[in-house]
Design a protein around this ligand. Structure first.
Ligand code: UDP
Length: 382
């Protein structure tokens, strides 16, 4: 038997935050079980042989909706500004993306004199759709056919292997649409990058003698040997946890190809998107954000695929219906002190700050539960 006060399945952001809080504040022994050979989940970054810090599972553009999550993370890292500027390659030209005033001016080859002017123009372009049902409707109704076809349609098909008509409007709705010249990729003003990287930040978070980590360990293979005293926290795929009882959830994955260059920089900004050309969706030169000083640089190309580790839940009606069934089972597990959290477990397209915030909230629930369990145990003893 392998015993611990708390067993945490997955050493990603959720697992690390909960291990940190439960071990420090409630003095509980936490065992993290992680399938990969490292912690930090898809936020994992490491130095390559040229000494360049790179994001192994794609760029993580940390942003905050509020100071609470930022203040918490600031205990484990210093910050540098998050200069996330992205361009998209359309008809052999690089345009700002998210769509902003400059994109519209470049693409439609005209100037706009006022906010009213752009609004009137977009009003003529918009396709009138009564009920916005999917990712295609969403963009057509806001920006019209030309922008949809050149900037969104093929990128979405490449990224998801599914037509935007069969995907939730929340997917294309992730990108802001701007009628000003703001060039940043994300809408939040608090955009930051951990100064020494994500992995260092998460390592510091779980640096407590109450925390043990078992890497290269598949929870499913050892679960019969595990025993927890207070809680089990599961951050993996829900269908897997329940032995695919209702069927398999669909996920989208990525393959990354990295290449080093003996150059200071190759791109003008951190990311270029390729909606209509090539098999990859984007190239990322993270050095634009990490601001490392080096005569070398590293570029990644992202190839979407259905095989491999789950990265993205595929949000459409069919998958959400299936997930609901698993969600019911997950909710019932709370009475056994088993809790589910994170992008995979909740089958939701959360950003890193959002899962950290959710983990902090879950901690408050667990803290209350812990006090109840403790008081029940002591009253039995009396
Ligand atoms: N998207 C697009 N064109 C772009 C960038 C994004 O059509 O140039 C759409 C696409 O459907 C994508 C979604 O917007 O899946 C969300 O993009 P985001 O960059 O937020 O994806 P992530 O960084 O999470 O992979």
């Amino acid at each position: 038997m392998i015993e611990s006060d708390v067993i945490i399945v997955g050493g990603g952001p959720v697992g690390c935050v909960l291990a940190n809080k439960l071990s420090n504040e409630l003095n509980l022994k936490c065992l993290i079980i992680e399938k990969r050979n490292h912690i930090a989940g898809n936020c994992y970054d490491e130095y390559n042989k040229k000494g360049l810090l790179y994001h192994k599972y794609g760029p993580h553009y940390l942003r905050f909706k509020n100071r609470k999550t930022l203040n918490y993370l600031s205990k484990f890292t210093k910050w540098i500004p998050g200069e996330y500027i992205v361009k998209t390659y359309v008809n052999k030209k690089l345009y700002p993306i998210p769509i902003n005033l400059e994109t519209l001016e470049m693409f439609f080859k005209r100037k706009f004199n006022s906010k009213k002017d752009v609004e009137n123009f977009l009003n003529q372009k918009r396709v009138r759709i009564k009920k916005i049902k999917n990712a295609e409707d969403f963009i057509l109704s806001k920006l019209g056919k030309e922008i949809y076809e050149n900037f969104y349609k093929n990128y979405t098909i490449k990224q998801w292997g599914i037509h935007p008509r069969n995907l939730s409007k929340t997917i294309t709705g992730r990108l802001p649409i701007r009628i000003n010249r703001n060039p940043y990729y994300v809408k939040e003003k608090l955009r930051l990058m951990p100064k020494k990287g994500f992995t260092k930040m998460f390592k510091k978070m779980i640096n407590n003698r109450n925390v043990t980590i078992r890497l290269n360990t598949d929870f499913n293979k050892i679960k019969k040997k595990l025993k927890f005293k207070y809680f089990l926290i599961y951050t993996g795929e829900p269908d897997r946890y329940f032995n695919y009882k209702f069927g398999k959830l669909n996920w989208r994955s990525l393959i990354f190809k990295f290449k080093n260059y003996n150059k200071k920089f190759l791109q003008k900004c951190v990311q270029y998107n390729y909606p209509n050309d090539y098999k990859y969706t984007r190239t990322v030169e993270i050095k634009h954000v990490t601001k490392q000083k080096s005569n070398h640089t590293v570029i990644s190309k992202e190839y979407p695929t259905n095989k491999g580790d789950p990265y993205y839940p595929i949000i459409n009606d069919k998958n959400l219906r299936l997930f609901k069934k698993y969600e019911n089972l997950m909710n019932k597990e709370a009475k056994n002190n088993i809790f589910f959290e994170g992008r995979l477990a909740r089958y939701t397209y959360y950003n890193t700050d959002e899962v950290i915030e959710r983990a902090l909230d879950l901690y408050l629930t667990l803290k209350k539960k812990f006090k109840t369990i403790r008081s029940q145990k002591s009253s039995i003893r009396l």
